[in-house]
Design a protein around this ligand. Sequence first.
Ligand code: AMP
Ligand code: GLY
Length: 418
Amino acid sequence: MKVLVVGSGGREHAIAWSLAKSSHVDKLYAIPGNPGIEAIGTCVPGNVEDLEGILTFVEDNDIDLTVIGPEVPLCMGMADLLEDHGHKVFGPRSAAANLEGSKAFSKDFMIRHNIPTAAYKEVDNLEDAYAALAEFSYPVVVKADGLAAGKGVVIAEDEATAKATLKDMLDGKILDGAGKKIVLEEFLTGFECSLLCFTDGETIVPMVSAKDHKQVYDNNKGPNTGGMGTVSPNPFLPEGMNEVFKTDILDPFIKGLKEDGLDFRGVIFIGLMIENNKAKVLEFNVRFGDPETQVILMRLESDLYEIMDAVASRSLKDVDIKWSDDQVTCVVLASGGYPNSYPKGKVITGLDNVPEDIVVFHAGTARNEQGDIVTAGGRVLNVCAKGASLEETRKKVYDAIKDINFEGVYYRKDIGLH
Ligand code: AMP
Ligand code: GLY
């Protein structure tokens, strides 16, 4: 089979790495991919938002399955375009991808289908927004409706901050129009956890748990990032939550998809707040998480191609998905300055010396004119190890990191601990 992975991050490298192990996959392509993926497949220059260009590639190269990594092309309708031309796709159609593409759409979906979530109000002008503030206590959560690359949520501690945030978002001064509509939301307390599931719209199968560390500095300090490191399983998840997730969230989610006629075949990544053994949904993402995917797929014992093909063909119920009992740790090596501005093009050394039991996924790397691997993003590399315990894998990862270097490299030292 010929498989195309769309995307260029650590998530896509991990997906490609897992697919490359499948006996069904003869030829693996990535658009645009990255230097890590080059070692296991063919990277083809291109833009993930160029829907027509990707359709042409799929047709010219007889691709059997296209796996769409990021949310932007999903929300733009890449799955719709490819499927409407008769091609198999892993990733939801745009109407279903709206569960991530529009906060207002996803809140309405949750309320109508009795999925527990924070109380909210949707507004699209300043007058209504200011008036609606009276219905909330502080802190209040202000969310831009559209995709905002992780920057669309503000927790406002007081009325002045809330009003200033609403004004900036609604005036379109920030977020490129993602804030033309706003969701005001009750602030929830508890601890956060992510639940990633495969679904074909009929069957939903949770993956093993993972814990992301979103803040940039140790001890959960500093601004939020896309994720500075992950561990699987999530050591903080209370016992017995799987039954709660199934009854309270996954069953109504599938029922809701069916009732609304939403064709969802891919990964649903559910952000949850847990308190007193009850879970409420903070958000839906319609794709694998990054860097959750890296640790989760390292524990997958089944063939990822078979799972993805079954999802795309609506036969997920026939697949038995097996996971290893291992513990996996992933530490993100970031460019100094991330999540704010950071330099690019710094030569990375030591990648050839990492021990065999360490997996390094490339997240933001490129090749310079001399052929060296250089930094090309905020999150640069994901250093991962599998083992019997968190203690063991933390030691393996942090030992391996000592030999990898680039100017300004920064990483958290406490992944898995808080
Ligand atoms: P979201 O993109 O909706 O998941 O929001 C990003 C982050 O903001 C979440 O991971 C939470 O840390 C926080 N957040 C979002 N909604 C709420 C809420 N209702 N109560 C408390 N924190 C929230
Ligand atoms: N790690 C969080 C995300 O992928 O959205």
